[in-house]
Design a protein around this ligand. Structure first.
Ligand code: 5AD
Ligand code: SF4
Length: 449
């Protein structure tokens, strides 16, 4: 979501005749797009702001804006900092160019955040976001020919640890017509892979006349569009609603990638209940089994939080068991971080010591690594198709081969990372790679002739 917001803002500013610069030293305006999901993310922003405060001492005209979730969460509080001139929440980004113009001209601080974030979003605001989104969408030049398309804003799930419903507001699904028009436009610009985005993307629901559109409808409609080759969607909430039709779309439509990111968060029923996740471990595993039986070859990814309040050794063991049964391709594992004003922060003491959180994190990562290794080794000597992203960003991997070609990175439809040597201008193209070596998270191979 944040990457998409950043590209929308960058595009809007370019069209307002601002030039983007790679170096902070050349900038008249610095914008920090922020995340509030864990405290660590906010700490990084505060440390950036510390640097910017110093920079401003030598360059008083420098304008600094904080945008995104932290801007919404802290609002006027952030403006008190000498370093900050502009504060703009995620649902106010359509106003950002205006705020910057105003601050540059009038040398005054400015702020745009939503007063009561959980209030029903007005039609006017929905329209403003819609117009902004469809005007400035663009393929992300960092990953050529790929683009994110938001299908819904906000979240209504209220998992007790999570700040998202309080910073991104209520769930609002975008009209299917607008989404499909946008995908067509992106396809016209050469986009081959679109990733449909929503906090709980499988909750997408839009009533238009007689019909209520769900995510599966969007998948079928997007697959009709020439030029679009692959379609992904993230992130799915483990719920029965719309689940089978979405799995059938993955099975039936070759363009829909067989990749499901479906966080479990915990394997303990007690903890799942305390998290307000609306399923048990058994129901979750049942959903996965069904998904895998409908979609042969499905790759599953997950998220876990370790050290949630009240998590005992047995609760953690249940998480390890679930991880083993789920056989994820990869998992994102986070240490619980209390977020201000969430239900967990208000009602449940953060009682798992940090060393225990840390050791559970390491243990779960090791369990997952073994599974990832087993799954990735199945690709040895097989051929896979990847969409090439560009030069490998890891310099130590960036070794040239015998004929001087650098190392490139690509991903399969199921999101496996593949490293191989090839010409840099393959970025944005599909390539067939024969896998010669595997590691838990990366496949290595050679381009097939
Ligand atoms: N502490 C730790 N991890 C969190 N996540 C969300 N909120 C928190 C929190 N308070 C994790 C969840 C979610 C991912 C995006 O971030 O696992 O799926
Ligand atoms: Fe947060 Fe839960 Fe919504 Fe995901 S589904 S954004 S974890 S409240």
């Amino acid at each position: 979501m944040n990457k998409l917001d950043a590209t929308l803002v960058a595009e809007a500013l370019k069209r307002a005749e601002y030039n983007l610069t790679d170096s902070i030293k050349d900038a008249d305006v610095v914008l920090i797009n922020t995340c509030s999901v864990r405290q660590h993310a906010e700490e990084k922003v505060l440390s950036h702001l510390g640097h910017l405060k110093h920079l401003k001492e030598n360059k008083p005209a420098l304008v600094v804006g904080v945008i995104g979730c932290m801007a919404q969460r802290l609002g006027a509080e952030l403006l008190k900092s000498k370093a900050v001139d502009i504060v703009c929440g995620p649902t106010q980004i359509p106003q950002l160019t205006e705020l910057i113009n105003k601050t540059l001209q009038q040398k005054e601080k400015s702020i745009a955040v939503t007063g009561q974030i959980r209030r029903k979003v007005s039609d006017k605001q929905t329209q403003a976001l819609e117009d902004f989104e469809s005007a400035y969408d663009t393929d992300d030049k960092q990953l050529p020919h790929q683009a994110f398309v938001r299908v819904m804003h906000g979240c209504n799930k209220f998992c007790t640890y999570c700040i998202v419903p309080y910073v991104r507001g209520p769930e609002v699904s975008r009209p299917p017509k607008a989404i499909i028009e946008q995908v067509k436009k992106l396809a016209g610009q050469g986009v081959k892979l679109i990733t449909l985005l929503g906090q709980a993307v499988n909750s997408y629901s839009y009533a238009a006349g007689e019909k209520t559109y769900c995510l599966a409808d969007l998948l079928y409609m997007a697959a009709e569009i020439d030029g679009i080759k692959w379609i992904r969607f993230v992130t799915s909430y483990p719920s029965e609603k719309f689940f089978d039709p979405i799995c059938r779309a993955m099975a039936d439509v070759p363009k829909v990638c067989k990749y499901l990111h479906i966080p479990a968060q915990s394997g303990s029923d007690k903890i799942l209940k305390a998290m307000n996740r609306k399923y048990t471990a058994a129901q979750y595993l049942n959903l996965l089994d069904r998904a895998k039986s409908i979609v042969p070859g499905l790759a599953v990814a997950g998220d876990f939080i370790v050290g949630f309040p009240g998590e005992s050794e047995d609760d953690f063991k249940a998480t390890v068991e679930l991880t083993k049964k789920a056989r994820y391709k990869n998992c994102f594992i986070f240490k619980y971080s209390p977020r201000p004003d969430t239900i967990a922060e208000k009602k449940l003491p953060d009682d798992v010591p940090i060393e225990v959180k840390r050791s559970r994190n390491i243990e779960l990562l090791a369990v997952q690594e073994k599974i990832s290794e087993e799954l990735s080794s199945q690709f040895l000597n097989k051929q896979v198709r990847v969409l090439v992203e560009g030069l490998s960003k890891k310099p130590h991997l960036n070794a040239e081969d015998k004929v001087g070609l650098p190392q490139l990175i690509g991903r399969t439809a199921e999101d496996w990372i593949v490293v191989f040597n090839g010409a840099p201008d393959l970025a944005g193209c599909f390539a067939d790679i024969k896998i010669t070596k595997t590691s838990p998270l990366t496949l290595f191979g050679e381009m097939s002739a």
